[in-house]
Design a protein around this ligand. Sequence first.
Ligand SMILES: NC(=O)c1ccc[n+]([C@@H]2O[C@H](COP(=O)([O-])OP(=O)(O)OC[C@H]3O[C@@H](n4cnc5c(N)ncnc54)[C@H](O)[C@@H]3O)[C@@H](O)[C@H]2O)c1
Length: 321
Amino acid sequence: MKKIFVTGGAGFIGANFIRFLLENSGDIAVFNLDKLTYAGDLERLKDLSSDKRYNFIEGDICDKEIVRSIFSRGIDTVVHFAAESHVDRSIDDAFPFERTNVQGTLNLLDAARHSDIEMFVHISTDEVYGEIKEGQFFETTPLNPNSPYSASKAAGDLFVRAYQHTYGLPAIVLRPSNNYGPWQYPEKLIPVVISRAVDDKPVPVYAQGLNVREWLYVEDCAEAVFQVIEKGKAGEVYNVGSGQEKRNIDVVKTILSILGKPESLIEYVKDRPGHDFRYSLNADKIKKEIGWQPKTGFDEGIEKTVRWYLNNEKWWRRFSS
Ligand SMILES: NC(=O)c1ccc[n+]([C@@H]2O[C@H](COP(=O)([O-])OP(=O)(O)OC[C@H]3O[C@@H](n4cnc5c(N)ncnc54)[C@H](O)[C@@H]3O)[C@@H](O)[C@H]2O)c1
């Protein structure tokens, strides 16, 4: 029986991944280690609490003892999502980002190298490449992070690389683009827009809203991680991009139109310091070598996401109040 150690599985992508993993696997054991920071919430997984394959452990990835005790259960695969993940928070205070995203990652890698794992899958981000005005990022593009968040993620990537190279740890780095979909904490763009617009409150948009992001539906991201566990090669980096690039202002206007709300709710606010203008991933490698394809186009995904937030108001209102 395969034993999978997931970190940060009470967060947005991690929870969607655990659900996908259990729905698409037979006899496995999943160990979810999560500190339950402001961004972690077990409600995301409450329907799985009776699934005997699923185990939750509350704790910090920086805690050597807890991490060691989980590895001692005979883990085959690690999928490392746990992170401080919000760029604006990293601009206010970078230290929690360095602690979890760098020290926490290092703590996991070090425990992993002393155990007999098959694969360590590190979830990174497209933001480690910095911004690109034209063209695309390839897996070979040099890292050029601009925010404290992306700097901490890039440092994690480099430790993964060093552990692979120095100790022969079998590891893969995945770099997904911006995820959206059910259960995203309402501080990120899409849930912010939905939750504010539902209440007819002003919807803040940085600068003129011209920054471009590549939007990946969270279930497609979960499937990419799932397929990489099965078919990925140790030592490789895979970009996970949808090809669905949108200017922020167009995302906001699409959501307002689905909700039947006026564009006069848009309030242009002072830009984020050091705001990356555009990210764009070349995802040919994961498509060719793994056979992964994103299934959800932006129009379908954003419609599903807005419906989900409308049907789950009780959940997100707990945070937005
Ligand atoms: N959301 C995106 O658009 C996106 C895009 C690309 C990459 N990523 C990466 O994917 C991963 C997951 O992102 P997300 O959006 O689900 O994040 P999230 O903020 O929703 O969830 C992070 C989870 O990690 C947990 N956590 C934080 N610090 C911890 C610690 N020290 N020990 C144990 N658990 C801890 C939190 O409680 C939370 O459950 C992150 O590594 C992020 O950098 C996210």
